[in-house]
Design a protein around this ligand. Structure first.
Ligand code: ADP
Ligand code: ASP
Ligand code: MG
Length: 820
């Protein structure tokens, strides 16, 4: 004997009903003895709760809802019951709806809805669907009979969550099957009755329980739970896209997962099957061939440290604290016996070892009641001041990681808390069962999706880690180059490093585009005009935070000043930032410090290697020296590719104006070359380096020896500036000639020594490491304790989109190492 149960998801539509019929037919034709349990059509139980409530509030809208439910049933009758029987089945169905309508009318007159009446109203869902399925099978020539579970399952009178009377129920089931073995039993799930025949229900999702009770009573060889997913999965597939089927799971693990929200099986259903050691199979009505999940006593060891993750989205946390609780035996006993007396089920309990407080999670619907019960129960203690007022917190969720594998391995909880921490998710309470089967954490409701995905990724990293990128300035030169590099490396990163890069948002000064599925890097340029909308920087930033995706990184490849104001907020929200944009780090020192602090607070990374020398490893090198305890004595550097090019080209006899013109023509300068010649850009870079060494410099503290005269600086146009350069060429001629005479060259050098930063033109001889520089190269030398006689030198191209984008890319990868 096999017991099959079809959930609401399997009996909701014509298509699904056809699948159900074919599964049953397959069993019957192969000679397999079966009994079948059905839920109400998908969504119907919820509708019935709604109509009950509406009627009890005196609204008449329930009539319309009822009509819709009725129409769903009639539609199936018209399509799947053979014509001869249609009118009889319709009459019977209409009869049930009339009866239901009468009850609702009564509820609406009395404006009162007890749980007892509600259970009766709900019973119509299963009675209607099961009757209908019985008739559908008969129309397919499968002999079947309708079984009202109220006749075979007996419970106490705890309406909405009745407790089964096991022996009596078992007898009734066995007797029924002994007397009706000639045709297929179609049994209503979820519903039962008291010994007096009053209708009860077994709790939401209770049809699974019905199947298990029947299966156990009949000593079935297997209980099959047919639903709309491929078995029990590592997480709810609606919330975690990468969730996958757990092929085999123990009763205990399945119990933990379902207790913490894995709705795919109702927790009590595991007990009757467990007691009789009957395996439960969870199968997909819509993918019949899939092996799904087998729940059994002994299962092979899982290849992952945990078996699954589940969550309850909405819980309330009740806190009981006070000095009077310390060392006083029996406070918790009293709390939980009060709760048990009122049949309030507790989802999780956590008690600090100081015994100063107990906190526990309950369904938010019962939170107000709990507060009342405890306030009353501890009236005396509260009056004495031994126990403080009872506090209830809302808007919380609980996540549980579950698995027998935890017993043997250490570090599971470490991993869990690390991944939550790295994603800026605050843990409000935690509990670990002593069975080491589950660790649960209470978090803010808003973090639930991010937490589930991040935890899943950490424990089941089969698909690797996904980095979610938001890119400002994506359509600019550096941004485009970065996107091209990412696109080119995508396959390599996936196959060799198991890293997925998903660009979720892009914005430029005019347009923006968000796509949580990821923007296709192969076609983004073609798609951009159509998919993007008018840019609104604040909305973009808010959405980034609101989406709350794990491993989010904001890449700012603009030189924009307005974006900077958002950095601090993003970092605090645990969104890491990578940027070549120098504005943030070269503003007021207080801003620099605030950003470092925000990154620490949010456990995020703020990386800006490309602020200085594009992709050259300058900031990383400096940080490496400092964190390893070296002392920086002096930094000297050529940090402007433009000025490097100009002074590498300038020779005695050449006009300085012509050299600058050439640099401009070759794209080395800003549109107004004075921005480069002013030395400001170099000053910002040395300022950032100084700050990295721990010196609190302000922008104005950097001393700039100007290259240009007052006339050049204040010339009204670029052309007027060039004229001034020609007129005052003697200024430059004199310097280059003097340099040549002494065998030296001119270099625009930034330096930091004794806490002072300076930028300006210097003459250097062949003994100096900066003597031999070509093209637009940058060079930096660090003189330190360890590199005292022979400075540490980094040299190479320090400008250009390719190398800057590469530097940004490398920073993104180092965030991956941090998160991993
Ligand atoms: P039925 O109507 O068949 O009883 P339910 O809606 O009660 O179906 O349960 C199936 C649903 O459970 C799935 O659609 C899925 O979204 C949800 N679910 C939650 N957690 C899990 C999990 N770990 N594995 C599979 N499904 C899960
Ligand atoms: N129809 C009931 C419910 O929605 C029982 C079930 O689906 O298992 O809760
Ligand atoms: Mg269910």
């Amino acid at each position: 004997m096999k017991v099959l149960k079809f959930g609401g998801t399997s009996v909701g539509t014509l298509e699904s009903i056809d699948q159900v019929v074919s599964i049953i037919q397959h069993n019957v034709s192969s000679g397999q003895k079966i009994a079948v349990v059905y839920s109400a059509m998908g969504g119907v139980t919820n509708r019935l709760i709604e109509v009950g409530k509406q009627a009890s509030e005196g609204q008449t809208t329930y009539l319309e809802v009822l009509r819709q439910v009725e129409e769903r049933h009639f539609h199936i009758i018209r399509q799947r019951i053979d014509i001869k029987h249609q009118s009889a089945v319709m009459a019977q169905t209409r009869g049930l709806f009339n009866e239901l309508e009468d009850i609702l009318k009564g509820v609406s007159l009395l404006q009162e809805l007890s749980l007892r009446t509600q259970d009766f109203i709900l019973s119509f869902g299963e009675r209607l669907s099961t009757y209908l399925m019985t008739e559908v099978l008969r129309s397919c020539d499968i002999p079947a009979h309708f079984v009202d579970a109220r006749d075979i399952i007996k419970t106490d009178a705890h309406f909405s969550m009745a407790e089964v009377i096991p022996d009596l129920t078992q007898d009734l089931i066995q007797r029924h099957f002994a007397e009706h073995s000639d045709s297929l039993a179609c049994i209503t799930g979820f519903i039962a009755s008291t010994q007096d025949g009053v209708t009860t229900t077994l709790g939401r999702g209770g049809s699974d329980y019905t199947a298990s009770i029947v299966g156990a009573a009949l000593d079935a060889e297997v209980i099959e739970i047919w639903t709309d997913v491929n078995g029990m999965m590592t997480a709810d597939p609606r919330k975690v896209k990468n969730a996958f089927t757990i092929p085999q799971i123990s009763y205990a693990e399945a119990m933990e997962l379902s207790h913490f929200g894995a709705k795919v099986i109702y927790p009590p259903s595991l007990i009757p099957a467990f007691k009789k050691n009957i395996p439960i199979q969870i199968l997909n009505t819509f993918e019949k061939e899939h092996p799904g999940t087998t729940v059994a006593r002994d299962v092979p060891k899982q290849p992952y440290p945990i078996t699954g993750i589940s969550s309850i989205d909405d819980i309330a946390l009740v806190n009981l604290q006070g000095n009077g609780m310390i060392g006083v035996a029996g406070v918790s006993a009293k709390v939980f016996s009060l709760l048990a007396k009122h049949r309030i089920s507790v989802i999780l309990i956590s008690q600090a070892s100081s015994e100063h407080s107990i906190c526990f999670a309950v369904d938010p619907k019962s939170a107000a009641g709990v507060k009342e019960i405890l306030t009353e129960g501890f009236e005396a203690e509260i009056a004495q001041g031994w126990i403080d007022q009872i506090v209830v917190e809302h808007q919380l969720s609980v996540i549980a990681i579950v698995g027998e594998g935890m017993k043997a391995t250490s570090g599971t909880s470490g991993k869990l808390f690390t991944v939550l921490g790295k994603n800026g998710i605050n843990v409000i309470a935690t509990a670990q069962g002593s069975s080491e089967l589950n660790i649960s954490v209470v978090i803010q409701k808003k973090d639930i999706s991010k937490a589930l995905n991040a935890i899943h990724e950490a424990f089941f990293a089969v698909d690797g880690m996904t980095l979610h990128l938001f890119l400002a300035g994506g359509t600019g030169l550096i941004g485009k180059t970065l996107l091209r590099q990412l696109q080119a490396q995508k396959a390599f990163l996936k196959s060799q490093k198991n890293i997925n890069i998903r660009v979720v948002g892009m914005i430029n000064s005019r347009k923006m585009w968000m796509n949580t599925e990821g923007i296709d890097l192969d076609s983004w340029e073609q798609d951009w005009p159509e998919k993007s909308e008018t840019a609104q920087l604040s909305t973009f930033m808010e959405d980034m935070v609101y989406l709350n995706l794990p491993n989010s990184i904001f890449v700012d490849s603009t030189a924009n000043k307005d974006i900077i104001q958002y950095y601090e907020g993003l970092l605090k929200q645990s969104i890491s930032i990578v940027t070549p944009n120098k504005v943030a780090n070269s503003g007021p020192y207080s801003q620099y410090v605030a950003l470092q602090k925000a990154a620490r607070q949010g456990n995020a990374r703020f990386l800006y290697e490309t602020n200085v020398g594009a992709g050259l490893p300058i900031i990383n090198t400096l940080q490496g020296l400092i964190t390893s305890g070296d002392k920086i004595h002096k930094i000297e550097a050529v940090l402007s590719g433009t000025l490097s090019f100009i002074f590498n080209t300038f020779q005695p006899g050449l006009s300085f104006a012509e050299v600058v013109r050439q640099a401009q023509a070759e794209g080395y300068t800003e549109p107004d070359p004075r921005e480069d010649l002013s030395g400001m850009d170099v000053a910002r870079k040395i300022l950032i380096l100084a700050r990295e060494t721990g010196i609190a410099l302000e922008p104005a503290d950097v001393v700039i020896s100007p290259l240009m005269s007052e006339t050049m600086q204040s010339a009204p146009s670029v052309e007027a500036f060039y004229e001034a350069l020609v007129q005052e060429r003697a200024l430059f001629d004199a310097q280059i000639e003097e340099a040549q005479k002494s065998g030296k060259v001119l270099r625009f050098i930034a330096s930091l020594e004794n806490g002072k930063a300076h930028v300006g033109l210097q003459m250097v001889g062949p003994e100096h490491p900066f003597f031999n520089l070509a093209g637009s190269e940058n060079i930096i030398s660090f003189t330190t304790d360890r590199y005292r006689y022979n400075p540490l030198v980094v040299k190479g191209p320090g400008a250009g989109a390719e190398v800057t984008a590469m530097g940004v890319f490398a920073d993104i990868m180092s965030i991956h190492h941090f998160l991993n």
